[in-house]
Design a protein around this ligand. Structure first.
Ligand SMILES: Cc1ncc(COP(=O)(O)O)c(C=O)c1O
Length: 389
């Protein structure tokens, strides 16, 4: 596929960047068309992209917003989560999951992950943290690994919890044929540059509930009853403000890029799946390299490729070998409860599996432009790092 130079590979001279965009002439043309149209903010392309991605995911309503974090915040607000409420969430996630809960005035309650092999929320641990104030569960399919959705549903039903999916990693993943992000009351996606569908910045909330969808559309733009585009087309001259909303509007450039990326999402996902299969083949049988997996009943989205080394010393050696080979790596994630902005409140939190996972984890490059020769360079470097140990 002809592609423009990617910012990651252009800005830093990594032999193999951690992530990369798959952009080409179609994205350039789409942006040019928006600019020449003269309409830059939320308008007809936003409507078109929302309809296309709702159909793709099998959701009734899709609301495009300015970021995945905005999507999460709006989702919580639309459910009425507020001061004094508690929301169960893993600490093994990006900080935005927990921040969005705190922005509502509610309290994140961190639950542990199950194991290194299955680094998703441990429902038994979550059950031990329930209180009368627990209102919702924020499920995070880390790395795009499919959770055991029947168990999650049953847990939420039994404890009368709203289910919100932070599906920022999960676009392209499914469980029993149903798209991840469409199981809960609300599912939230991110279109940040490293995501499976990348628009630079952008996010999405999906729901099958028409009342929630209406509320979300209001919250997205100041609680106003008419959008600028509607007023521009004189469908409505005035407006009322009926809720305390935000400015979480997307631009038409986001929608235009989203439409092009969505049209090739299947091919992009296939490329990720091929790279993941090559990694798995290369490390198969080496019990020093643990490759986490989700429920075998589901299909992962291959958003990132985390591996676990036996301990942090070996992890650091492998990281050094990769750096020497020009391979960019990352760490997903430092647990949220260990950050300075969280530590004081969560000093006594007991999350042993999360902390052990964080000490052993290393994220290898994963993106649709990875070729077999790139995977070979990465896996050879990992093996070199382990040999010196
Ligand atoms: C798990 C998770 N949740 C939420 C977000 C927030 O998305 P955004 O960066 O689009 O605000 C991210 C983004 O990186 C993420 O990885």
């Amino acid at each position: 596929m002809p592609r423009a130079k990617s910012p990651t590979s252009a800005a830093v001279k990594w032999t193999i960047p951690l992530s990369d965009i798959a952009y080409g002439p179609d994205e350039l043309r789409a942006v040019e068309k928006v600019i020449t149209s003269g309409w830059l903010t939320m308008g007809p392309l936003t409507d078109k992209f929302e309809a296309a991605i709702a159909k793709h995911l099998g959701a009734k309503h899709a609301i495009l917003v300015s970021s995945g974090t905005a999507a999460l915040h709006m989702a919580l607000v639309s459910l009425g989560i507020g001061p004094g409420d508690e929301v169960l969430v893993p600490s093994m996630t990006f900080v935005a999951s927990a921040n969005s809960i705190r922005h509502c005035g509610a309290n994140p309650v961190f639950a542990d992950i199950e194991s290194p092999e299955f680094p998703l929320l441990d429902l038994r641990d979550a059950a031990s943290r329930l209180t009368p104030r627990t209102k919702a569960l924020m499920l995070v399919p880390y790395a795009g690994l499919p959770p055991r959705m029947e168990e999650v549903h049953e847990f939420c039903r039994r404890h009368r919890l709203q289910l919100i999916e932070d599906a920022a990693h999960a676009l392209g993943g499914s469980h029993h044929g149903r798209a991840l992000g469409t199981f809960g009351a609300l599912g939230c996606f991110s279109f940040f540059s490293n995501k499976n569908l990348a628009t630079g910045e952008g996010g999405l909330v999906v729901t099958n509930n028409a009342t929630l969808a209406r509320r979300l559309r209001l919250l997205r733009s100041h609680g106003m009853t008419a959008t600028t585009w509607q007023r521009h087309n004189a469908k409505s001259l005035g407006y009322d403000v009926v809720a305390l909303g935000h400015n979480y509007r997307p631009t038409e450039i986001t929608a235009a890029l989203g439409l092009v990326q969505l049209s090739r999402l299947t091919a992009l996902q296939e490329a990720r799946a091929k790279a993941a299969a090559l990694y798995r083949d290369a490390f198969r049988g080496d019990d020093r390299v643990v490759m986490p997996a989700g429920d075998p009943e589901g299909v992962p989205s291959h958003h990132i490729f985390p591996i676990l080394l036996p301990n942090s010393r070996l992890r650091d050696r492998v990281r050094q070998a990769l750096l020497e080979a020009g391979v960019q790596v990352s760490h997903h994630y430092p647990p949220v409860h260990t950050f300075s902005a969280y530590r004081a409140q969560f000093r006594t939190a007991r999350l042993p599996n999360t902390e052990l996972f964080a000490r052993r984890e290393l994220t290898l490059p994963m993106h649709p432009n990875l070729k077999p020769r790139h995977v070979q360079i990465v896996t050879d470097a990992v093996k070199r790092g382990l040999k010196h140990a």
